[in-house]
Design a binder for this molecule. Sequence first.
Ligand SMILES: C[S@@+](CC[C@H](N)C(=O)[O-])C[C@H]1O[C@@H](n2cnc3c(N)ncnc32)[C@H](O)[C@@H]1O
Length: 379
Amino acid sequence: MAGPYPECAPAAVGEKRQQFGSRFLSDPARVFHHNAWDNVEWSEEQAAAAERKVRENSTQRVCQEKQVDYEINAHKYWNEFYKIHENGFFKDRHWLFTEFPELAPSPNQNDLNDWLSENKRNEVPEGRSKEDGPGLRIEEQHTCSSDSLGCKPQMPPVEEDVTQKFSHLEICADEFPGSSASYRILEVGCGVGNTVFPILQTNNDPGLFVYCCDFSSTAVELVQTNSAYDPCRCFAFVHDLCDEDTSYPVPRGSLDIIILIFVLSAVVPDKMQKAINRLSRLLKPGGMMLLRDYGRYDMAQLRFKKGQCLSENFYVRGDGTRVYFFTQEELDTLFTTAGLEKVQNLVDRRLQVNRGKQLTMYRVWIQCKYRKPLLSGAG
Ligand SMILES: C[S@@+](CC[C@H](N)C(=O)[O-])C[C@H]1O[C@@H](n2cnc3c(N)ncnc32)[C@H](O)[C@@H]1O
């Protein structure tokens, strides 16, 4: 698969995506019959070779001065990345709703009808009725009035973002974008919106509001200027998830879902726990944190050369962006320490196949779902 981040496209192009773990390679002779195989068993030799490769590429560490530069200027390196690639990467999201059906749960028809009658009856376009089904719901979302879901008439400029306005305030329950929504999703490290836009397109719940942030102002600007960006249903803002002094523009306990896709791995390991703790506080009791990210010994880790290692299992790419490779246990510790309960913690060992070039690529991703307990002591 082309490009530096093939990991963001875990399923076979051109094939209907099956849920994680459903296509097994039982006969090695058939390896080139499909583009990808799930749950691939690693032989002992293969595991030992991967360990050796990592030991080798970790022997020489990046000097302290450069390490400081990569940390302080992390957002600038990502800005550069997005200036070069714009929204050319991370496009492949057909796996999103099979792995994370929570992003577009089937709407409860009663809630939907209640919501329609309370909020929208007067706005149903002439000639349409409830029987119009999904078409009606889509149209309704695009005609929402400015006070329904906290919709702002104008798009906020990237730098004058709400996080600045709210940074030292306790957010009040009725003063934030999307305050009247009934289902709130936040994507952290949203890049150019390749998760956010499919959610907005697929999830027709009229009570949905999607927040998304990234510390790259270039990425956020690309989200805000995308023709699918609808400020009635979405709020994109610049935010560094490691920044302890700036609040998210939503109150504690207000989010149903927080999604992290290949973003936690970009954070320096000693800041991960506090970042997850802060996010955990934003979840409603019963709310879920969803993550998909790099696993230990993924092909991308084995490909690093000596001199690119920052610390154990943490590397810098040629463009200055960084990446960590997790074990399931490390992620479990991060989430449970933040007061969340495990729903899912899977390792997705996939064999991707380039049939044209007869190449095999062993990918390792981890997928997690952790829930905030209904009676939470985690604040
Ligand atoms: C590999 S990309 C994934 C982008 C997106 N989640 C996707 O899957 O298309 C990692 C993203 O995380 C963002 N990021 C890295 N560190 C961050 C931080 N400390 N705070 C917020 N965003 C961050 C980067 O700017 C980049 O957009």
